[in-house]
Design a protein around this ligand. Sequence first.
Ligand code: NAD
Length: 304
Amino acid sequence: MITIIGAGRVGSAAAFNILRYRISDVVLIDIYENIAKGEALDMMQAAPAIEFDGKIKGTSDYSEMENSELVIITAGEARKLGMSRIDLMNKNARIVKSIVREVVKYAPECKIMMVTNPVDIMTYIAYKESGFERNRVFGMGNILDTLRFRSYIASELNVSREDVRALVIGEHGDSMVPLVEYASVSGIPVTHLLSKEQIKKIIDLTVSSGSDVIKLKGATIYAPAAVIAIMADAVLRGRNRVMGVSTYLQGEYGLSDIAIGVPVVLGRNGVERILELDLQPETRKRLEKAVMVVKEAISKLEGD
Ligand code: NAD
């Protein structure tokens, strides 16, 4: 069973994907009980049309997450006008810590997938607060950046998005690191198909893609919800998918005491293993910058 905490725009859309792709039953928890119950009822009424048999329950009772294999945290705020990134971080940090304490109490064997932003920092907090082994706490961010990167490569070349394989690592934010040297179209390196100018344009579009949506409609919903379902499927069905996931590092890439996006194998136990790649000097520099950005933000975290 999967529990999603936060029945807002992203949490409820993710719950619906998990049901319609028949990945698992879902418990949807929100502090506003009516929202959680209403979303669950609405989804259940769609079941005959989409033909899924999975169960969905909406509640504000944390004990309902008992026996969950995976708990997905989408509770928290998005940045409002006049709110700094650091203000948002401290507000969401308090929410995430209180939720993680409930997770430890009711689902001590689960894996935690963090979605709340800033996701690398919330993953770090969830890892520290839970006391879980590091493979059981990971954040969704880079795989979404990767899908956006793949889409823009495909558009530029006018080829199927399905044939584009790529990876983005680092911070899920402005200092993300698209791995151009590992991007390919059906095995053909993109550097053979695209000019330096085209690649720069694609990277710029990828970096701004989340805020481009937020500027227009206030939030990103469908893309993150789709990606959450892909990750949930990898864990619940033990599929060992390879993707960029925020994970706590202990020396990999020469980094430690930080959660940041790196390529991992995601399966039944969460992060089954971390894949360490050789990075070109320019990419390495970008990754180091991303690490600095995240570490600096962590240093501004307030206490309880
Ligand atoms: P939203 O405001 O629509 O929903 C958030 C929900 O969390 C609300 O329903 C609220 O009642 C609930 N909530 C708040 N505190 C809670 C608590 N203590 N327990 C249970 N529920 C609680 O927001 P959204 O658009 O769904 O976004 C949610 C979060 O996900 C934001 O932080 C956003 O920035 C983040 N996000 C991350 C990614 C990513 O790629 N990692 C993508 C999109 C959104």
